[in-house]
Design a protein around this ligand. Structure first.
Ligand code: NAD
Ligand code: MG
Length: 420
């Protein structure tokens, strides 16, 4: 950890040759997703400031081929090997090299570049993003699960390599900007805001019965399905507090959460002299993505502008841990340590998948995750992973155990009986 809050030193990515600025070369991991597409839109509108070396996606060869063509990438990698033929066909007649399978995503991450945008959803992003970091790339990180699953290993690697992990997540990006390079000893605490999601005003009983369609209906943000479900239960805010803990090197006791339905103030930095700086912007992910892409310079973008007079009123409330137990479970995991963030992250992915598949109720997500943490502690398997390899081993083990718990229909309060 260092004075800049544990995020590694500034690496000058933009090179200047013969007085003219070279374009910054970028790899986009998760190029077909919500963040990936916003990244592609910024790059396409930036008039040659960026060149895209490689793009990677999960399972959709047609969407990946489209973004690879549009951005003129040299290499397109699809995680799903079954999509190879379609990807190859869709890019025939171009000079874009194609590959498929999980290793090809790592290959894309390692393609020579100035910056890698980590925008894969979930733990699938850990290995390729870590590979990029280990190769000394500056990483613009949206994929918060990397830090929740293996935060110490990521931060250690960034420090060893002297590279920066730039936060794309809007709250962390706002906080990073509001910190303005202040040392942690001048910061009293850091606040992350949460929109409160679609269930902010719902009763506990109503939330328990929420359907995937209702959970996917976020009031302020349009995002991929996993993060949208995480947001609805405030698990996303729990993951983000864990992300902030590792990213800024600040202890859990100095991190807090405020519900702010307008999503205008994304983060607050409270200094020891009573001063507070706020990171504000319209709720548009293009703002933090553009900030990371051109850091430390500023791009001119078409991202939404903030009109405070039109917003009128900004409101803030404390989170309700009774109606949103996932936030409590995540904060407890961070405070307890012993690898519980890794365990929570793994169990949560399985639980969200089961909820989206209509196999469990909304409240079962937090119950299943808490049960995974409690059982791991009781069975003596909970421990801090010493490396990414250990974190991924723990991740696999917890996924198996969580799937088994689902199959056994064995949640403590018989809550899986509420499955529909
Ligand atoms: P998404 O579901 O829209 O997109 C995920 C992307 O990852 C897709 O391109 C998918 O093809 C790809 N992918 C999945 N598995 C893969 C694999 N094994 N290898 C390579 N690519 C794979 O998700 P999103 O909303 O764009 O979120 C991406 C990440 O950014 C998540 O970690 C999320 O928490 C974070 N984030 C998103 C937002 C947002 O507004 N969408 C905001 C903050 C943080
Ligand atoms: Mg966020």
């Amino acid at each position: 950890m260092n004075e800049r809050g544990g995020m590694g030193k500034v690496s000058e990515v933009r090179s200047e040759a013969a007085g003219t600025k070279a374009s910054r070369s970028v790899v986009i991991l998760g190029a077909t997703g919500s963040i990936g597409q916003s990244t592609a839109a910024i790059i396409a509108g930036a008039g040659g400031a960026f060149t895209v070396e490689a793009v990677a996606g999960g399972r959709d060869p047609i969407a990946l081929a489209k973004v690879a063509r549009e951005l003129g990438a040299s290499f397109a990698a699809l995680a799903d090997p079954a999509g190879y033929k379609d990807l190859k066909e869709a890019l025939s007649g171009t000079s874009i090299e194609v590959a498929a399978g999980p290793q090809s995503v790592v290959e894309a991450a390692l393609h020579p570049s100035d910056m890698v945008v980590g925008a894969i959803a979930g733990t699938a992003g850990v290995e390729p993003t870590f590979a990029a970091l280990s190769a000394g790339r500056t990483v613009a990180l949206a994929n918060k699960e990397c830090l929740v699953c293996a935060g110490p290993a990521f931060m250690h690697q960034a420090a060893v390599q002297g590279t920066r992990l730039l936060p794309v997540d809007s709250e962390h990006n706002a906080i990073f900007q509001a910190m303005n390079d202040a040392g942690l000893d001048s910061i009293e605490r850091i606040t992350l805001t949460a929109s409160g999601g679609p269930f902010r005003t719902w009763t506990s009983e109503a939330i328990a019965k929420a359907t995937p369609e209702q959970a996917l209906n976020h009031p302020n943000w349009s995002m991929g399905p996993k993060i949208t479900v995480d947001s609805a239960g405030l698990m996303n805010k729990g993951l983000e507090v864990i992300e902030a803990h590792y990213l800024f090197g600040i202890e859990a006791a100095r991190l807090d959460v405020l519900v702010h339905p307008q999503s205008v103030v994304h983060g607050l930095v409270h200094f020891t002299d009573g001063s507070v700086t706020a990171g504000m912007a319209a709720p548009d992910m293009k703002v933090p993505i553009a900030h990371c892409l051109s850091y430390p310079e500023r791009l001119t973008t078409a991202a939404r502008r903030l009109d405070l007079a039109a917003v009128g009123t900004l409101t803030f409330e404390r989170p309700d841990f009774d109606r949103f137990p996932a936030l409590r479970v995540a904060l407890d995991a961070l405070r307890t340590g012993q690898g519980l963030p890794t365990i929570l992250n793994a169990a949560n992915e399985i639980a969200v998948e089961a909820f989206l598949g209509k196999r469990i109720s909304f409240h079962d997500i937090a119950r299943l995750v808490e049960q995974a943490c409690d059982r791991a502690l009781a069975d003596g398997i909970a421990r801090d992973p010493a490396s990414v390899t250990e974190a991924l081993e723990m991740d696999r083990l917890i996924r198996e155990r969580t799937r088994a718990a689902l199959a056994e229909n064995s949640l403590a309060q018989g809550s899986l009986a509420t499955m529909h």
